[in-house]
Design a protein around this ligand. Sequence first.
Ligand SMILES: [Fe+2]
Ligand SMILES: [Fe+2]
Length: 263
Amino acid sequence: MLQEPNETDIDELVIRIENVENLESMIINYINSEFFKTPKKVTSLREAIIFLGMNTTQVIIIAQIVSYLFPRDNPAFDSYHKMSYLKHTIGTAVAATAIEEWLPEENKSDKYELFAYGVLHDIGVVLYEVCLPDMVDKVQEIIIRGNHPVVAERIAFGGVDHTDIGAWFCRKLNFPPNITDVIENHHWPKKIKNQNRVMYILSLADYISHLYYRDFLIKKKVEKPVKIYLPPNPLNIPDEVIEDIRRRLPDLVEKTIKIFKRF
Ligand SMILES: [Fe+2]
Ligand SMILES: [Fe+2]
């Protein structure tokens, strides 16, 4: 339904969303959260979908579905591990929105959509963690030896990493290309054929979030944290802006994480 926005009957979509546990309140809380400072309080799901647009509604729904992949009763997933992963994704979402706020009017993107992409961008990690839990230990060991997490994944999986796994999942479930692009290219925004601002904003946001929440794949403390490199910055976001977002990030993450009640 979300893939065919012009043919989608909003009332029918509302009924379907109401049938999924917590989804309606999650979408409404998302818009009304302190973080977005939306000018008018949104009270109904119908209003929320019209306000957000199909693109963003689609990404939020998929992000919520992905969160259901975490087994509820497994204590291993209630640890630092899961919280750290969540903080990294919220950190990316918050940083992307903060970058967007700084951009001049002609370069603006939709902040709600950017936020939702941030939440979703690393689903490849969740997928292999849930489907191939033994591989997590293997990846951890390689990271602890001093390798970058993406390199560690490639060694462990024989040439693929979480971006390939996430993109494979998106294609298998026929997700729209805008979502697949973000999941597949957030570490290499230059690689994508139809390069766009969204991809550069997200890769920079991912970098900023990594400066704090970098060890979500590792349960142990790493002696020598791996160096993280600044991605390409063709939007010319100044260092002071990046530094300002970095400084504000932990506080913004703590405030925003409440939207995602399930965690
Ligand atoms: Fe990633
Ligand atoms: Fe990430």
